[in-house]
Design a protein. Structure first.
Length: 163
C-alpha cells in the first residue's frame, strides 16, 4: 500500500453571496457533485462541515470558498475533475466565481493524514511564491511522492473540457 496520498485544495472568489440567485446553480449542484466525488475511484477524504460541504468555512475571507480533498493518486483526482459530471459545474464557473491566476495546489501527505485549511493555504502560498516544486505543485507539473523511484516531475496537464 502506498505511503502517501495526494492532497488538493482549490479556492474560488465568489461573485455574489452564496444565498443569492446568481449562485443558486452552484449551491444546488453541491450535494450531487460531493456525492460523485465520495463515490469516485481513488477518493479518500474531503473537507466538510455539518452541512456536508465546506461552504460555511471561510479561512481566506468571507468571499472565498475552499475545497480540499485527499486522493489515492493524481490520476484518480484528474479523472474526477476532468472526466466526470464535475465538468458541467466547471463549465459554469465564470458565472459564479471571479477569475483567479492561481486557485489550485496539490501536495503529497502521509497516508491517513487529513490536511487542515491552514495547511492548504500555506501550500497555495508556497506555490505562488516559488512556483511548482515537490512541496506544492499542479497538474501541469506533478512531482512524485516522497521516496518514490520516479525522479522527475511529470504532467497530467490536459486541455480542460470545461474551457
Amino acid at each position: 500500500m502506498a505511503k502517501f496520498e495526494l492532497a488538493q485544495m482549490n479556492v474560488a472568489r465568489l461573485k455574489a453571496p452564496l444565498d443569492s440567485p446568481q449562485l443558486a446553480g452552484f449551491v444546488g449542484a453541491l450535494d450531487r457533485i460531493n456525492a460523485l466525488a465520495d463515490a469516485a475511484a481513488g477518493f479518500v477524504w474531503r473537507l466538510q462541515d455539518e452541512s456536508g460541504n465546506a461552504t460555511a468555512l471561510h479561512p481566506m475571507g468571507e468571499d472565498v470558498i475552499v475545497n480540499m480533498s485527499v486522493w489515492r493518486d493524481a490520476e484518480s483526482l484528474q479523472a474526477f475533475v476532468y472526466r466526470s459530471d464535475h465538468v458541467g459545474v466547471m463549465r459554469r464557473r465564470r458565472e459564479w466565481f471571479e477569475k483567479m491566476d492561481l486557485y489550485l495546489v496539490l501536495w503529497w501527505v502521509p497516508r491517513g493524514h487529513r490536511p487542515t485549511a491552514e495547511e492548504g493555504i500555506a501550500r497555495l502560498d508556497l506555490l505562488r511564491r516559488r512556483g511548482p516544486g515537490a512541496d506544492a505543485f499542479t497538474f501541469g507539473k506533478l512531482f512524485p511522492p516522497p521516496g518514490s523511484d520516479a525522479r522527475n516531475a511529470g504532467s497530467l496537464d490536459t486541455p480542460c473540457p470545461a474551457a
